[in-house]
Design a protein around this ligand. Structure first.
Ligand code: C3B
Length: 810
């Protein structure tokens, strides 16, 4: 945008505020200031938003549409100011008006329209698509209520509604003129028209209006503003009489009312299927409407449009696109099928069986009769075509419909031209194990795209101290080309710089410590090691292993109060799915251990435990810059990629990890001296499974420290837990420890001992931290997204690419 002076900004701001509220700006609350500032900032990007979209259309630029059930953008104010290149002006202008941008920013609600990694990845990607100058947009759901607000009551997780829209949303634009109808239910009959062509005749359908709310996705200093289109369900105008009962009206409202709070767990609920079809259909319809304005031949659709599906939640775009092309645009099946496959691509985010979507045939057929017909026909043709090539056995293993269920991953693979995993190990597991049969059929569809993160939010905005250090030492080019961070490596022996890096970390730790004191009343020492595990609570992520380490450390200190180890603060942030009983028991355990340890004066503050409530994007921005240790301790082979590992590394935390997900690639970049690796490898785990040779009870019986720690769960050592202790104990001993915690325990403890030792050598630690920052550049989502663009979507940056030295990495 054009330069704006501080003076001019101040004038415009005060005017905007007073026009909005009719009282003096210095009487406003942060919330009101946020709204006023948001309203003003809109003026600064609206022209670019329009011209970006107009230009794509004029030039018929190929555009990608990223379909995702979840987006976790975080607060957008500062990110928008940063990308518009007016952050310093606004910050200073507000300061001169006696206002603080950080406080004003707190007036914005953090839209929790996602569960965790998958949703946050989608938002990093939206930022990177715009910032690398690509023509690409998001397509999702405007949930009225985001992911639940987490409270701890008596140490238990309680879920409260997250009414993020209570005060409106300044960034969104409701576009009623772009609304479409999505049809559910009823019956479909194949009929013939006057010319003798077959067409589907619908009866008794429920027609729902999908209204888009568009949210700008502003590129970094490049004038591009793309679109994030979120759909809301309404009763169609003039059809209120068709929704006569409260129940019928509620059914409409419910479609976009609340986000399902399950992460990596599949539940075949009708409402979820409604949501999935609703935003898939609305998105495809609006794309088709756009394509028709270009007046091009249908065969050119894949040259103008790419549709990407983020996991299988939007996999119904496959039959939906087929439906529109065949039923409405009257293409032949074969024409439609070619176009569909060429247009759609798919990312797989998990190999956990319990996360694989499979819809009961009855439910699909009842809710979406025509869509089910089409899926069945896709499958029939698939089987018919592949049997002669691959034989019956293999072919039937790839069927979409089996045992009364429709397998969405199979539909997504068969109906697209590309399937990728999200880290090298994950993609290899897909190719060699989980999806091996498909790999034999379609070797060229498979590819890897290791996840990434945007340094704009995760370094520039959340860690201003580190940002100015970097600017001083290596210049500012890393901001548009994060690989330049490697230049920092040349300074690894500069002790003055290392001290400065330590000072930045200390400031960030103090900032977090203040939050902890103010919000939780817990006093923590900023000189302690801040040991951080922030992610959804799931058995495979093994927060429990972290707890076992804490209990072991606690016992040792109790035994030997003069032990010479640095202080540790164990920081947890994690929500559990409301129906995930075991995960909630672990939350209760962590809180009980925190009560025990935090109030035990014998241990002289050598351990503190902070379990923050309601972890989400905004808290991550506060915690990550303050972290010394990044816990990435999933059982090898289970975490598809992980992305907090990248954010923490970029902020100078050292990684404590198993060889899993993208952490393996972090290891490859930083080298074994600058990371703590422990535990079984994927192949070791596989062997145990093959030989069925794991016996956790033997480990329990034979390992004195493990026995001591596990006994604490059941012998009353931890006040406040009841059956939780016994259930967790049983999962580890009686039920053979599904995630191999006991097997990995010793090497985990050893790795932590090494970290204690290294932390006491400040220079050594700081050097390792610096090398982590220096090697974090390749994990920029800008590079990830350029690989998607180049290799999958076949689209090119529309402006001179700021990411100057991009080299495709395989
Ligand atoms: C997550 C995976 O669990 C992470 O390993 C991965 O980094 C992210 O996706 C992003 O790729 N994931 C998720 O958050 N929700 C799912 N339903 C499946 C995977």
């Amino acid at each position: 945008m054009e330069n704006i002076s501080i003076q001019q900004f101040k004038k415009e701001y005060v005017k905007k505020f007073e026009q909005l509220y009719a009282y003096r700006y210095d009487e406003g609350s942060s919330r009101e200031h946020f709204v006023a500032l948001g309203e003003l900032v809109r003026n600064y990007y609206m022209n670019n938003w329009k011209s970006t979209i107009d230009e794509y259309k004029e030039k018929e630029t190929k555009q990608v549409f990223y379909f995702s059930m979840e987006f976790l953008p975080g607060r957008m104010l500062k990110s928008n100011l940063l990308n518009l290149d007016i952050l310093p002006v606004v910050e200073e202008g507000l300061r001169e008006l006696g206002l603080d941008l950080d406080e004003v920013s707190m007036g914005e609600a953090d839209p929790a329209l996602g569960n965790g990694g998958l949703g946050r990845l989608a938002s990093c990607f939206m930022d990177s698509i715009a910032s690398t100058g690509l023509a690409g947009h998001g397509n999702g759901i405007r949930y009225q209520y985001g992911l639940f607000k987490q409270k701890f009551i008596d140490g238990y997780q309680v879920e409260l509604p997250e009414n993020w829209l209570r005060n409106g949303n300044v960034w969104e634009v409701r576009k009623e003129n772009k609304a479409v109808i999505v049809r559910f239910g009823g019956q479909v009959y194949m009929d013939t028209d006057e010319e003798g062509n077959l067409y589907p005749r619908y009866e008794n359908t429920k027609n729902i209006l999908a209204v888009p709310y568009d949210v700008p996705q502003i590129g970094y200093h490049n004038g591009i503003v793309n679109n994030l289109r979120l759909w809301s369900a309404e009763i169609p105008y003039g059809e209120e009489y068709l929704f006569r009962t409260e129940e019928e009206r509620d059914e409409v409202k419910q479609i976009t009312e609340v986000l399902y709070p399950d992460d990596s767990n599949y539940e075949g609920r009708l409402l979820r299927l409604r949501q999935e079809y609703f935003f898939s259909s609305a998105g495809v319809q609006s794309i088709i409407r756009y394509f028709k304005t270009l007046d091009e031949d249908w065969s050119l659709l894949p040259d103008k449009i790419a549709i990407h599906i983020n996991d299988t939640h939007p996999a119904l775009v496959v039959p939906e696109l087929m439906r529109i092309l065949i039923d409405e645009e009257e293409l032949t099946w074969d024409q439609a099928w070619e176009i569909t496959k060429k247009t759609i691509s798919y990312t797989n985010h998990t190999i956990l069986q319990e996360a694989m979507e499979r819809w009961p045939i009855d439910m699909l057929e009842h809710l979406l009769p025509r869509i089910y017909h089409i899926i069945a026909e896709i499958n029939r043709r698939h089987i018919e075509k592949k049997i002669p090539l691959y034989g019956e056995e293999l072919t039937y293993r790839t069927t979409i419909i089996e045992d009364g269920q429709v397998k969405m991953a199979n539909l997504a693979i068969i109906g697209s031209h590309s399937i990728n995993g999200v880290a090298k190990l994950h993609t290899n597991i897909l190719i060699n194990e989980t999806l091996h049969d498909f790999y034999l059929m379609y070797p060229n569809k498979f590819n890897n795209k290791t996840n990434g993160i945007t340094q704009r939010r995760w370094v520039q905005l959340s860690n201003p101290g580190l940002t100015s250090l970097l600017d001083d030492v290596i210049g500012t080019d890393w901001k548009s080309n994060p690989e330049e961070l490697i230049l920092l490596k040349a300074h690894v022996d500069n002790s003055e710089l290392l001290n400065r890096l330590e000072a930045v970390k200390l400031e960030n730790k103090k900032r977090f410590a203040k939050y902890v004191k103010d919000e939780m009343g817990i006093e923590i020492d900023p000189n302690a090691i801040f040991d951080v595990q922030i992610k959804r609570l799931h058995a495979y992520k093994r927060q429990l292993l972290n707890v076992l380490h804490i209990l072991d450390r606690y016992s040792q200190i109790k035994e030997n109060p003069d032990i010479d180890i640095p202080k540790r603060v164990f920081i947890f942030g994690a929500k559990a799915a409301p129906s995930y009983h075991y995960a909630k028991q672990i939350i209760k355990l962590i809180n009980a251990v925190a009560d025990l340890v935090n109030n035990d004066t014998d241990i002289k503050d050598l351990i503190k435990i902070v379990f923050v409530e309601n972890y989400g994007v905004s808290l991550a921005e506060l915690i990550i810059p303050a972290a010394d240790i990044s816990e990435q301790i999933s059982l090898a082979g289970k975490e598809a990629s992980g992305t907090s590992n990248m954010k923490l590394m970029a902020n100078g935390a050292l990684t404590m990890a198993t060889m899993d997900g993208a952490t393996i690639e972090i290891y490859d970049y930083v080298g074994k001296e600058n990371i703590y690796i422990f535990g079984l490898k994927n192949n070791d785990v596989k062997k145990y499974h093959q030989n069925q040779s794991y016996n956790s009870r033997n480990i329990y019986e034979g390992n004195a420290s493990i026995k001591r720690v596990l006994n604490m769960l059941v012998d009353g050592s931890i006040p406040g837990i009841y059956h939780e202790g016994q259930d967790i104990f049983n999962s580890l001993v009686k039920f053979n420890d599904e995630y191999f915690l006991l097997k990995d325990f010793d090497s985990y403890i050893q790795a932590h001992k090494q970290a204690d030792k290294d932390y006491q050598d400040r220079e050594k630690w700081n050097r390792m931290a610096l090398l982590n920052v220096a090697n974090s550049g390749p994990f920029s989502s800008d590079y990830t997204i350029l690989r998607y663009a180049d290799e999958i979507w076949k689209i090119e940056p529309q402006v001179e690419n700021l990411i100057s030295s991009y080299t495709p990495v395989k």
